[in-house]
Design a protein around this ligand. Structure first.
Ligand SMILES: *Cc1c(COP(=O)(O)O)cnc(C)c1O
Length: 354
């Protein structure tokens, strides 16, 4: 497929690398592509970042038929600009798309256009330590129609946002709130799709948690409300008696790429790993007998998010000594080391942009 490129006449002013937040500023260009049943995916173009004008009846605004992805571009210590396992994001993009009846994309072509977009906006990849350029590919339903059915037309776009260090004051543990009242997703539902419905479903519980002084919600399964699923918008891992335990990919949780990278590293380091269902009661029992050593979340934005406290019904548990555990620290350093080119890449995870 052809790729048409139109560059901006007047580039925006680059933000100060030391003052970047998350998802607030966007680069000069974006990628756009359209779908209709006659032409399939067509009209691939890189053009100046601009608003999308929509009819008020556009289906995505009413029924939420959309999918997205999240990955980062890193400026390595040798000056190279690189991606981390982007093929996995492209595969998950299609997996999510299938679950909400969105036509599949050509993964290799989208990765190719993404590299092209990044190389055009490469000055937007920040240079300060632990900063990156966040990439947000999205597909939305574009028919102007009121009525529930899959759309016939779609827009795919990719935007880029320079983001700051997630831990500007150093690696910081968080307090989380376990809910047995609200659920995020149910098996057979959309839990393993990166689709807006799941995030809308998480907002209310997150507000309740914030009001109670907690920064994330720990989700239990929606059927029995016993099995641990995810934390906030991250996967969750436990260190119990030296073993790394994480819930299996059973249909209601996201197939996290950071999760997979952690499990791969752990196996490589001969750390015992178990992907198994684990209940909140088991976690409480392991805490009581002293074998619960660490809990941490994993995701692209934070990489690792260590948990210091867990609030469940009327108890608040302190995990370990309430500080960042050695396993969380080791995974964080290993993964960011590979991403920023400070460490070897034994698994071939790095994809150079040019
Ligand atoms: C994106 C996401 C994750 C983490 O996936 P990564 O590929 O590691 O970034 C976990 N859970 C949810 C709900 C997510 O949306």
């Amino acid at each position: 497929m052809d790729l048409k490129i139109t560059k901006v006449k007047t580039p925006k002013e680059l933000p100060d690398d030391s003052k970047l937040g998350f998802g607030q500023v966007f680069s000069d260009h974006m990628f756009n592509m359209d779908y209709n049943p006659e032409q399939g995916w067509h009209n691939a173009r890189i053009e100046p970042y601009a608003s999308i004008v929509m009819d008020p009846a556009t289906m995505v605004l009413h029924y939420g038929q959309a999918v997205f992805e999240g990955l980062k571009v890193y400026r390595a210590s040798n000056g190279k600009i690189q991606l981390f396992r982007p093929d996995r994001n492209m595969a998950r993009f299609n997996r999510s798309a299938r679950l909400v009846c969105i036509p599949e994309i050509d993964e290799a072509f989208i990765l190719h256009t993404l590299k092209k977009l990044i190389s055009i906006d490469k000055e937007w990849v920040p240079r300060a330590p632990e900063t990156s350029l966040y990439v947000r590919p999205t597909i939305v339903a574009m028919d102007s129609f009121l009525g529930v059915r899959p759309s016939n037309t779609y827009r795919l776009f990719i935007i880029l946002s320079p983001v700051g260090a997630y831990y500007p004051e150093g690696f910081n543990p968080v307090k989380i709130w376990v809910t047995d009242k609200y659920v995020r997703a149910v098996r057979g539902g959309l839990g393993e799709a990166k689709t807006p419905a799941n995030y809308a479903a998480s907002l209310y519980a997150a507000e309740v948690a914030t009001k109670a002084g907690y920064s994330q919600v720990l989700w239990l399964d929606a059927v029995e409300q016993r099995y641990i699923e995810e934390v906030g918008t991250m996967n969750i891992l436990f260190v119990i008696n030296g073993e790394l335990i994480t819930p299996p990919l059973g249909g209601s949780i996201l197939h996290g790429i950071t999760r997979d990278s952690i499990l791969t590293l752990a196996r490589h380091w001969n750390i015992p790993v178990s992907e198994r269902r684990i209940t909140i009661d088991e976690v409480l029992a392991f805490h009581k007998d002293g074998s619960l050593q660490e809990i941490f979340g994993s995701g692209t934005a934070a990489v690792i998010s260590p948990v210091s406290h867990l609030a469940w019904q009327d108890q608040v548990l302190t995990v370990g000594d309430g500080r960042v555990g050695p396993m969380a620290q080791r995974f964080y350093e290993a993964i960011t080391g590979i991403q920023y080119g400070r460490a070897e890449d034994p698994f071939g995870w790095i994809v150079p942009v040019d």
